[in-house]
Design a protein around this ligand. Sequence first.
Ligand code: MG
Length: 311
Amino acid sequence: MFYGQLEGTGVEILDPRFQDCIIGHARVERLWTGARWSEGPAWFPAGRYLIWSDIPNNRLLRYDDCGGNVAVFRQPSNNANGNTVDAQGRLITCEHLARRVTRTEHDGSIRVIADSYKGKRLNSPNDAVVKSDGSIWFTDPSYGILTDYEGKRAKSEIGACHVYRADPDTGEVAIVADDFDKPNGLAFSPDETFLYVADTGATHRPDGPKHIRKLSVHADGRSLGGSTIFAECTEGLFDGFRVDEDGRIWTSAGDGVHCYDPDGTLIGKIRIPEIVSNVCFGGAQLNRLFITGTTSLYSIYLAVNGANRIG
Ligand code: MG
């Protein structure tokens, strides 16, 4: 089937290495539109569907890869933002309004994974990733408590925005990074020796950060060491992102999706006509990139595959 080029979309090759990532005749498809702010795509391989968030409309949506239809999965969603999937195929969700991270169990019930740190409520968990040991790492900026638009205006009890590690078995919640302004998207390198975390502090401070940092994971697998700035955003902000099997970063940005080689080079872009908030790999072969772009859900088939790991 031939797809004409969707207006405002296209592939931009900035480095010859990007050529190998792209299928020449593949086109960006708009799968659905009608959201206010799309975020948090998560692919469920067993059911061949994608869940994502429409944060201001207080709902989770579900794209069925078998029939192509979209339906409301959960409403109200507590202004859900980031979503991911654990090794058992369960939905992990960051909820702005309830200021917590939850897991949807196999029977459909919702279990709280983290809602506080040392007795103080979290701000508004934004994005999460599951490590191979089952721990759930998440960011906790203040976007969901700054206004009533994507949550409920409230004062921060913790007084800062950190990155956390939650152990679903013990209930332990620990700070793993405390030097971020507004930590946002996050993902591990394929071998889990590094954690990448976006900082979107520039949303509320003109000179604030708008980059992705690369933090080394200690040998214990549960704490972080030194960090470097992996990439500065050249258009808008980096929000959510994912890593492919070769370690490239496919990240949201103001003009679409930016792809970075593991060495930090911006090698190419996929232009999207709306601000992109997040991406995830899906499809039976994990070679389809799903893209949440403001009002719409987009996708494009790639010549590379998502990292074959959970989260
Ligand atoms: Mg985010």
